[in-house]
Design a protein around this ligand. Structure first.
Ligand SMILES: Nc1ncnc2c1ncn2[C@@H]1O[C@H](COP(=O)(O)OP(=O)(O)O)[C@@H](O)[C@H]1O
Ligand SMILES: [Mg+2]
Length: 282
């Protein structure tokens, strides 16, 4: 059993982060490909630097978890990746963020295309007040798919990928808001998958869900990894240990440590990381 338990002398509640449930070992470094890179990348709200000169690379078709105490900049960094922060007037960036060698904040970049290639799932399930079918067909229609047979196929494939098809196939015209929270979140995932993205960003996708629905989403992450690059923000370290291949620890906007999940949770290089994962703060 590969566990890490907090130091008894701190008097803190014991917190063990098990990394023994992992499905398979991470890829060796030499086999990794990276299509998303940050170099001294900062994100500001006005004068406040919420993400501070972060440099890292996110590996293709693996799961990277972003962890750290509340307010450390996890959501800010995640939202910057598909430019969701464009909606916040005071928000601006500095440094470099590249997706497939293209500058995400470059003048030539088409944000609509970027968001098709980099999908997002939010903390609270946010289906549109439309039918289940129309929720999934929304993106493909937006991008020009009009053919009903093609749409039917896309809706089914996406719902299958999100492990929701069997539960909803007989009521595709029903309003999505009638689904349970866990089903709604899988629907949002199906909606994101329907436009065939390469990267999936997930911001605490299970924090509004019960344990059973949480397990369903975690299992899904396990099946999607290998086909999609997944970056997941979680405040739950057990979840990070269960679902991710790599983990990034952020503290006060600074990327303190980024490495293989197993290593980061059992043998962190930085004292701050160790303090955080053993429950001494945050
Ligand atoms: N829209 C905003 N305007 C101003 N400050 C913000 C905004 N959103 C987040 N912040 C600040 O940026 C910092 C990082 O926030 P956030 O990325 O939401 O952290 P996390 O997701 O790790 O909890 C916090 O100090 C937060 O108060
Ligand atoms: Mg957040």
């Amino acid at each position: 059993m590969n566990t890490l338990t907090s130091n008894e002398t701190t008097g803190q509640r014991k917190r063990a982060v098990s990394v023994s449930e992992r499905r398979e070992p991470v890829k060796p470094d030499g086999e990794r490909k990276y299509h998303l890179k940050a170099e001294k990348f900062s994100v500001f709200y006005g004068a406040f630097e919420a993400v501070r000169k972060v440099s890292c690379r996110f590996p293709e078709h693996e799961v990277t978890a972003l962890i750290g105490p509340s307010g450390c900049g996890k959501s800010t960094l995640l939202r910057a990746i598909n430019r969701m922060n464009d909606l916040i007037p005071s928000c601006h960036v500095n440094g470099l963020l590249q997706f497939d060698e293209q500058d995400v904040y470059g003048s030539k970049l088409d944000v609509t295309v970027l968001r098709r290639r980099i999908g997002m799932v939010f903390q609270k399930p946010n289906p549109f007040p439309k039918s289940i079918y129309d929720n999934v067909a929304y993106g493909p229609r937006l991008h020009g798919t009009r053919n009903r047979i093609e749409l039917d196929e896309l809706v089914e494939t996406s719902l299958r990928k999100a492990a929701l098809w069997d539960e909803v196939k007989d009521r595709l015209e029903a309003n999505a808001l009638g689904l349970s929270g866990g089903q709604q979140q899988r629907l949002c995932l199906a909606r994101a998958l329907a436009v065939d993205p390469e990267i999936l960003l997930m911001d605490e996708p299970t924090s509004a869900l019960d344990p059973k629905a949480t397990t369903a989403i975690e299992d899904l992450i396990g099946t999607l990894r290998g086909s999609y690059t997944i970056i997941i923000v979680t405040h739950n370290m057990q979840q990070a240990a269960r679902v991710s291949d790599l983990t990034a620890f952020l503290y006060e906007g600074v990327l303190v440590e980024f490495g293989a999940t197993t290593q980061l949770f059992t043998n962190p290089e930085q004292k701050q990381t160790e303090d955080y994962i053993t429950g001494r703060f945050g």
